[in-house]
Design a protein around this ligand. Structure first.
Ligand code: FES
Length: 169
């Protein structure tokens, strides 16, 4: 059985403090830092971040000890991965258990109805790309919504819709 690299398991959180990197760590650790888990890890990254930013690709490449070119190659080959958000802004609603029990399902539904957009799509005006994630590692501040990469705590429909309206103006 392959064991995890102790250096990687001891690794502290990402310097940005963004807990979504911790979610990536958990996914990679569960896979024993196996390079064959690359696609699964990129899936998780896209779900948590909405798209695959360069520093996310770099983070994954380092952790799995893969050349960045290989990680880029996979990320660009599969159409389901995107390196850039389609919209000017991104909004990712966490639908993990902690967030869901605190109302994230209703928040997502209200966004879809108010902006006539579905998860995985971008509004017709190209302003907002909507996504959902299963857990972004911020359960203590549920329900969490990520606006343009910044995690917002204890959200409700009113706050989220107001924020998205400000994006659309
Ligand atoms: S369930 Fe939403 S951050 Fe964990």
């Amino acid at each position: 059985m392959q064991t995890a690299n102790p250096r990687q398991t001891e690794k502290k959180e990402h310097p940005s403090g963004d807990k979504r990197f911790k979610v990536l760590d958990i996914t990679m650790k569960r896979a024993g830092y196996n390079q064959s888990a690359l696609i699964e890890v990129l899936h998780k990254a896209q779900e948590a971040f909405g798209f695959l930013e360069e520093d996310v690709l770099l983070y994954v490449a380092r952790a799995l000890k893969l050349p960045l070119s290989r990680v880029y190659g996979v990320a660009t080959f599969y159409h389901l991965f995107s390196l850039k958000p389609a919209g000017k802004h991104t909004c990712i609603v966490c639908m993990g258990t902690a967030c869901y029990v605190k109302g994230s399902g209703k928040i997502l539904e209200d966004i879809e109805n108010s902006f006539d957009v579905k998860v995985g799509e971008t509004t017709a005006d190209g302003e907002i790309s909507l996504g959902s994630a299963r857990c972004i590692g911020a359960c203590g501040i549920a329900p969490a919504v990520v606006f343009d990469g910044v995690v917002a705590a204890k959200q409700d429909s009113e706050t989220v819709l107001a924020k998205l309206q400000s994006f659309s103006q």
